[in-house]
Design a protein around this ligand. Structure first.
Ligand code: FE2
Ligand code: FE2
Length: 196
């Protein structure tokens, strides 16, 4: 059992060691920002929440068929503490692991991971291509159009919202607010205010 709590720099170096894709990098930054935003809102450990958001898909580029399982192996090897490992395993609950999200951190990761995808796609179809002038209504409008961002499993987001005991709109709102913090880095600055 290890009690190693990595710095963000260590987490970022590890992420880059295993991931070269720009889209996965942007996804990692998005989830990190949303986790930080939520932690600050709840008075929780923003550093830890952020790092877990950043590293949650560590193995996805190289080992998509062993998602979460390989991350566990790598993080154990590098001495990461069990708390971090358990949290990243739990985002694959019912998909690639049987580790159920229990803490607020884990439930938030479970819901927000999938939601960042829907928010990203919703921002990109706006005339401004910006997350800075977008609100939760734009995302809600796309919710029932299952052909829109078809890869996003709405059921997972609903399951996450239920675990947290929160409604979808406030979850979407927080997701947008968190991602705004890194709008530039995730390519969603666009031209805010542009009508068409
Ligand atoms: Fe994942
Ligand atoms: Fe993810």
């Amino acid at each position: 059992m290890s009690d190693f709590s990595p710095t963000r720099e260590v987490a970022m170096t590890l992420f880059k060691e295993f991931n070269k894709s720009e889209s996965l990098y942007r996804h990692a930054l998005s989830v990190e920002a949303v986790m930080r935003y939520r932690a600050l809102k709840e008075g929780a450990d923003a550093e830890m929440w952020g790092i877990i958001g950043l590293i949650h898909d560590l193995d996805y580029e190289m080992y998509p068929d062993e998602h979460c399982i390989k991350s566990q192996e790598i993080m154990k090897e590098r001495g990461w503490s069990d708390e971090y490992i358990r949290a990243i395993m739990s985002h694959g609950f019912g998909i690639c692991t049987d580790v159920e999200p229990v803490s607020r951190l884990e439930k938030t990761l479970f819901a927000m991971d999938e939601l960042t995808g829907l928010v990203t796609t919703s921002a990109l179809v706006r005339p401004s291509r910006s997350i800075l002038d977008m609100n939760s209504k734009s995302v809600r409008k796309k919710w029932n159009d299952r052909r829109f961002a078809a890869g996003v499993d709405r059921g997972i987001i609903e399951k996450g919202a239920a675990m947290l005991g929160e409604d979808l709109s406030s979850l979407i709102e927080d997701c947008i607010m968190g991602m705004r913090e890194v709008a530039e880095e995730i390519g969603l600055r666009g031209n805010p205010g542009q009508e068409s």
